[in-house]
Design a protein around this ligand. Structure first.
Ligand code: 4FV
Length: 246
């Protein structure tokens, strides 16, 4: 997968993307990332990429010309951009919420272009240049850069081979609309809190049932609305009845 990021603050991407799994995945050629400075597509001597809003009001708005120029350059540079398998995404609070389902969908693409707004946002006409708008949550950030990093992290994890044990992906929260079960590691006891016996039993069938019960309990307590859309098995429903009885 190729990922293009369009931003006025390219240096922000130095840190997060060059650590741990993402760094290894790039080194193994499982995905490539190129960060482009939108200001390099301004043609006035002051390299103006934003301006005051028509109609007045506070703050600055990102101008459409540099954004249109960089998008058309990428479209011309990357033939994939013109075919299926390439998506131009605007990170903004008015976008559709980013969910695991959406992440899994985007992970199938060959090429993603992530446009990061900043200041008060982008000129409204930019929305015609993008395929989709994505929001990482109902709060306002200083820019779309961190949302773009969130999306990159979530999507790249889904690329086959990035996370070694596929199993660990399948046990992720939200993988099947349930929250994750609790995990423990050494020591067996810490300030009188012992690791649940079943996890030390070596009985994998019992451990699997215990973990399923915990995931259902965790979801019921913290995110009951997820249960409504989770694909629960008959076994799950029996376990849920037990949980609700107690
Ligand atoms: C945001 C979000 C977000 C809004 C104004 C950037 C900021 C500034 N992006 N999910 N929440 N963007 O707050 O994606 O331009």
């Amino acid at each position: 997968m190729n990922i293009d990021v369009l931003t006025l603050f390219p240096e922000m991407f130095q840190g997060p993307i060059n650590e741990s799994l993402l760094k290894k995945a790039q080194a193994r050629g499982l995905f490539s990332l190129s960060v482009t400075n939108i200001r390099d597509f301004t043609f006035d001597k002051h390299k103006t990429a934003d301006d005051t809003p028509y109609g007045g009001g506070s703050g600055m708005v990102m101008k459409i010309e540099p954004i249109a120029a960089v998008i058309s350059k990428i479209k011309n540079k990357k033939p994939a951009c013109r075919q299926a398998g390439s998506k131009i995404l605007l990170m903004c609070p008015t976008g559709q919420p980013l969910t695991q389902k959406k992440v899994n969908e985007l992970a199938q693409e060959k090429h993603l272009v992530l446009l990061c707004g900043h200041y008060e946002g982008v000129d409204e006409r930019v929305r015609e240049l993008v395929d989709e708008e994505i929001s990482i949550g109902d709060y306002v950030l200083t820019g779309g850069e961190i949302p773009a990093m969130v999306l990159i992290d979530a999507v790249v994890r889904q690329i086959p081979g990035v996370v070694k044990e596929k199993e660990s992906l399948e046990n992720d929260s939200f993988y099947n609309d349930l929250l994750d079960y609790p995990s423990y590691t050494k020591p067996e006891e810490f300030s009188d809190e012992k690791v649940p016996e079943v996890l030390l039993s070596g009985n994998h069938a019992k451990i699997a049932v215990w973990r399923r019960i915990q995931a259902l309990k965790e979801t019921l307590q913290n995110r009951p609305e997820l249960l409504a859309r989770a694909e629960l098995t008959r076994e799950d429903n029996k376990l849920l009845e037990e949980i609700l009885k107690n």
